[in-house]
Design a protein around this ligand. Sequence first.
Ligand code: PDD
Length: 279
Amino acid sequence: RYAYVNGRYVDHRDASVHIEDRGYQLADGVYEVVGVRDGRLIDEKPHLDRLDRSLRELQIAWPVSRQALSFVIRELMRRNRLRDGLVYMQVTRGVARRDHAFPTTPVKPALVLTTKNTKHVGADTGPGISVKSQPDIRWERCDIKTVGLLPNVLAKQAARESGAYEAWLVDADGNVTEGASTNAWIVTPDGELVTRHTDNGILAGITRGTLKAIANDLQLKLVERPFTLAEAKRAKEAFISSATSFVTPVVKIDGEPVGDGKPGPTARRLREEYVRFAD
Ligand code: PDD
């Protein structure tokens, strides 16, 4: 298995970065995760658009051109014989003697890519997952996909320790913002599909964006608004979305069954259509 590190394809076991990389010391960097299905990237363009936005928000330059990055992604996939799985890419501000402020002399942003093989998953949603609510203790720029993920890490760990797969983050108003690494959706008792609106409070998921278009095609009634944890617990259906989970039904919230406790028809349908889109 290869990794890509600053211009080189190296054995994953030997891949390393400098100890003064600002990503390592200060979480001063951004990342993307792009799903791969049957050897094809899912939604490459919007992922690279979001990377561009994250970089601009932090005033980090592109380490290589966008075209070159596209090539590197494909070359790493080829070398790793990646059919199904994901590509991880990370850009940090670069290597400089530690100081909170940006380096005053120009540094080259560091670019690292890895891939992960997963087994081919189908249109079937499987049995669904449990989620556990956790306070959303993150900062006010959750729209930037930075590698500063400690609140997400702690929330996910708390969920896992309670036997749940994902954490649903709840803000000071009692609203579910999103998952630790996924977007959150519910279907209300009157059949409204609800996911929180995007602003600085959540990451605008690429999968979320594609699902919006699919929901529109299916003429589902989609509303982007906040929803409380209490509303989620009363919902007919709930599910999560991300590049890695596609659409995965949530069948339990804090140990209480959602709806009849089984994956619902809306989640199943959206999953089917998403897989069709990715194929
Ligand atoms: N996570 N919200 C958060 C906080 C995320 O970290 C992610 C993605 C999403 C879903 O976004 P998308 O549909 O673009 O994957 C929402 C990636 C998969 C990760 O950190 O591994």
